[in-house]
Design a protein around this ligand. Structure first.
Ligand SMILES: [Zn+2]
Length: 555
């Protein structure tokens, strides 16, 4: 048995509304034994040997932040490719500089083509931001870079693959191919675009080896977890687990996460379509059985459906009046009319459903599906969660509450993307009202904030997400976007701690500082309840504590 360790602090913000503030927290065997003051925990200290740890004495202790939607493994795989994005982005050989415009993208591709010795070796590139860099790439444009060398590109938010003619041949598609998401020019020729999962899966097989070099998965998980820890995070959820190869990804996550110096707990949320293909009628039982593999740090949780496209790649589904340029966006791999039947086995077996819906048409469809599930097999506390919830309406928030659903929201876009998409894609009304947290709060829906890191051109920084939720300041530093959708500091901090834990069905164990819960903390230089909310994101993160073990931010 360990001794008790008592961490003292300037203040402990517990996120337990009944006992919100304290000055010491006692920890043993990875769990919290008592929170209060040295005086209040005297009955423990009289009975157990203890050490006092004053290293955080002038600092503020909060529950470790929880980001309930990330993609570390997949992100890391793209990092080794030729980079085409508009923002500076880390790669294995240091920072890749962002490319300001379309001409710079073409120049980068031409330069790579010139520098490659072997004429047959494909260019495999990622990072295009169609809203900022002049729209999606297409086949003729890439043929003009090279008509002979195969070229394969994927957008920064990896929802659109674009190939040139030699690469289309390798992929094995032609004018006779008829698959949803494999796109054409007005004259009927393939235009090289593969939009969303069903189509992009086909395009990706051709470069699978390049994307999955040995060791890249583990390196990616480790490196992005470190970035998350520096932002004060102690728990994340991988939201497309098994997108490529279930067993391989599990082995990689075990290797990375179970190492003693790995600073996070991770939940693995399997993506549905491969589970459905492989396990059919037994799929829900199979997912429940996986829980036998769970450890303190690595756990299976729920199931993930993807039912429309991306916000920054502008492939989500919008209701009228639709996109500025009239394009329609894309649905996911599972046909919408099949979703009730596809979800029902999980719903009945109590496997929590996380359903990706970025656009308001998809949110509406998802609410219809949830209503059908409730009619067929009524349930309480099912925690059906709409993931992203980027473009929605106030009536949808009200209906989500009525059906007992939750929302895990990417609200970084309000700051980083809303002005861009007022001009490109969604138009001013929908762009301004991105991430309607105020509506969710008014209706009493439990919601979390997430980053989707690192697939959507935004950082992973929960305090920044909270700052955006409270201020809704656009990238110009002065426009307040849809002021009625702002929320208060306490609600925003709940959305990155206890309410995020609720969405991952871990609020009995994580997300607040209470006796019996895991000793997962973030150490802050200042108190987010005291600072001017306009500077919430500037609070310095000094480190984290995971199960009682200290991980300094600069360690
Ligand atoms: Zn995602």
């Amino acid at each position: 048995m360990e001794k008790l360790t008592v961490f003292t602090a300037r203040r402990v913000r517990t996120m337990d509304p009944g006992r919100p503030s304290a000055e010491a927290v006692a920890v043993k065997d990875g769990r919290i034994v008592s929170v209060g003051s040295l005086a209040s925990m005297r009955p423990w200290l009289e009975r157990e040997p203890y050490d006092i740890d004053n290293r955080f004495a002038g600092k503020v202790i909060m529950p470790g932040f929880i980001d309930p939607h990330t993609h570390f493994r997949m992100s890391g795989v793209f990092m080794g490719l030729t980079y085409l994005g508009p923002i500076d982005s880390p790669g294995p050989n240091g920072m890749n500089a962002g490319l300001a415009n379309r001409e710079a993208v073409r120049d980068r591709l031409r330069q790579v083509d010139r520098e490659m010795a072997n004429a047959d070796e494909p260019i495999v590139a990622w990072g295009l931001d169609p809203a900022v860099q002049g729209g999606q790439l297409h086949r003729d444009e890439l043929d003009a870079i090279s008509p002979t060398r195969p070229i394969w590109t994927v957008t920064y938010a990896p929802h659109v693959v674009v190939a040139n003619s030699p690469m289309l041949e390798i992929i094995g598609v032609d004018e006779t191919t008829n698959v949803y998401g494999i796109e054409r020019y007005p004259d009927g020729r393939l235009n090289g675009q593969f939009i969303e999962r069903e189509a992009s899966k086909i395009a990706t097989r051709a470069v699978a080896k390049r994307l999955n070099q040995p060791g890249s998965g583990v390196r990616a998980i480790r490196s992005l977890a470190r970035t998350a820890q520096q932002a004060g995070i102690t728990t994340t959820a991988e939201m497309v687990f098994g997108y490529l190869d279930f067993d391989r990804e599990l082995a990689e996550h075990k290797q990375a996460v179970e190492a003693e110096d790995f600073p996070l707990r991770m939940l693995l949320v399997p993506i549905e379509d491969p589970i459905h293909e492989k396990h059919g009628a037994d799929k829900a039982t199979y997912l429940n059985q996986l829980k036998a593999e769970n450890t303190d740090k690595l756990c299976f949780h729920g199931v993930k459906f993807i039912n429309d496209g991306s916000y920054p790649a502008m492939t989500l589904r919008l209701r009228a009046p639709g996109y500025l340029d009239g394009h329609e966006g894309h649905r996911g791999a599972t046909p919408w009319p099949d979703l009730v039947e596809r979800m029902l086995p999980y719903w009945k077996e109590g496997v929590q459903i996380h359903s990706h819906a970025n656009g308001d048409e998809t949110v509406q469809m998802t609410l219809d599906v949830l209503e059908q599930l409730q009619l067929i097999h009524p349930r309480f506390d099912h925690r059906f969660t709409i993931e992203h919830y980027c473009i929605s309406t106030p009536d949808q928030a009200r209906r989500l509450k009525a059906l007992g659903g939750l929302a895990s929201v990417n609200n970084y876009f309000v700051h980083y993307r809303s002005l861009i998409h007022a001009e490109q894609g969604f138009g001013p009304d929908r762009a301004e009202a991105t991430a309607r947290l105020g509506s969710l709060e008014r209706e009493g829906v439990v919601f979390a904030l997430h980053s989707d890191f690192s697939l959507v051109l935004t950082p992973i920084a929960p305090l920044t997400a909270a700052w955006i939720a409270v201020n809704r300041l656009a990238l110009d530093g002065k426009t307040v976007q849809a002021p009625g959708e702002r929320i208060g500091v306490d609600r925003a901090l709940r959305a990155i701690t206890i309410d995020a834990a609720h969405i991952l069905r871990r609020d009995h164990d994580l997300g607040s500082i209470e006796a019996g819960k895991r000793a997962d903390f973030v150490i802050l230089d200042d108190d987010p309840y005291d600072v001017d909310p306009a500077h919430l994101h500037e609070i310095e993160i000094l480190g984290t504590v995971l199960g009682g073990a200290v991980f300094p931010a600069d360690g």
